[in-house]
Design a protein around this ligand. Sequence first.
Ligand SMILES: Cc1cc2nc3c(=O)[nH]c(=O)nc-3n(C[C@H](O)[C@H](O)[C@H](O)COP(=O)(O)OP(=O)(O)OC[C@H]3O[C@@H](n4cnc5c(N)ncnc54)[C@H](O)[C@@H]3O)c2cc1C
Length: 141
Amino acid sequence: MMYDSIKGLLIEAGSIDELAEKTGINKENLHKTIERYNELCEKGVDEDFGKDPATLIPMTEPPYYAIEESGACLTTVSGLKVNDRSQVLDTEGVAIEGLYALGNTSGSMFFGTYPHHISAVSHGRCLCFGYLVGRTLAGLE
Ligand SMILES: Cc1cc2nc3c(=O)[nH]c(=O)nc-3n(C[C@H](O)[C@H](O)[C@H](O)COP(=O)(O)OP(=O)(O)OC[C@H]3O[C@@H](n4cnc5c(N)ncnc54)[C@H](O)[C@@H]3O)c2cc1C
């Protein structure tokens, strides 16, 4: 299932050289990195990054795959404090007239914890409070 969901994004190669060419990664460095990784797999201890030994699987058999990774904002645990109308609060806790913060631009909701066991808790609050502020600004609330 995981493979099917990402296969369109994967770069596949029959050799390390081909993978280096297709990704534009320095060939010599890629070989060195994989050799070092395979050495650690053989030792059964990842001395470089502390990877779980159960997942130390050597890269010795093609096909080889690469995928571009990048950072993304999960949620904001601090950030701008807001009240229940999504109005941003000043340092005294007083609402600043005309200034609203929603979604990841606002804090308060996930201060101290981000409960993963509640489905769509972040998307839900983005949509819900965005809708409510939209109604307020349109004069409907
Ligand atoms: C890997 C991952 C998994 C997640 N899983 C879940 C989940 O299962 N359930 C859940 O509820 N939440 C999940 N989240 C969290 C959720 O996706 C975010 O909290 C939510 O998308 C935040 O919405 P937002 O509108 O505040 O910000 P964003 O979705 O980040 O939207 C901000 C938008 O503003 C645009 N933008 C930025 N700067 C500018 C600019 N200067 N001018 C114009 N546009 C700009 C960006 O391109 C972006 O489109 C996940 C997040 C990540 C990263």
